[in-house]
Design a protein around this ligand. Structure first.
Ligand SMILES: [Zn+2]
Length: 83
């Protein structure tokens, strides 16, 4: 679970567009990251940060144990950039 402090929680907001595809779609290994942010593995709960346009990382069994379930990434926190 992504963490914030009492001091930093003021910078985290709930989106007014939860219907956007990047919030509702689950992404597989090697797919293109749609928006930069924190993604959570649907199978094991591990979290990663990924940049828009990069491929989602391959499964690394030593650091990412999903017990046979497929690695699928869901966006949990989107970063806000000016570009
Ligand atoms: Zn996993």
């Amino acid at each position: 679970m992504a963490l914030v402090t009492e001091q930093t929680k003021k910078y985290v907001f709930t989106t007014d567009k939860p219907e956007n595809e990047h919030w509702t779609h689950i992404y597989g290994i090697g797919q293109k990251v749609p928006v930069s942010g924190i993604y959570r593995c649907y199978a094991c709960g591990d979290e990663i940060t990924s940049n828009q346009g990069d491929p989602f990382p391959p499964q690394n069994k030593s650091q990412h144990e999903c017990q046979g379930k497929p690695v699928q990434w869901e966006l949990i926190v989107r970063t806000q950039t000016k570009a």
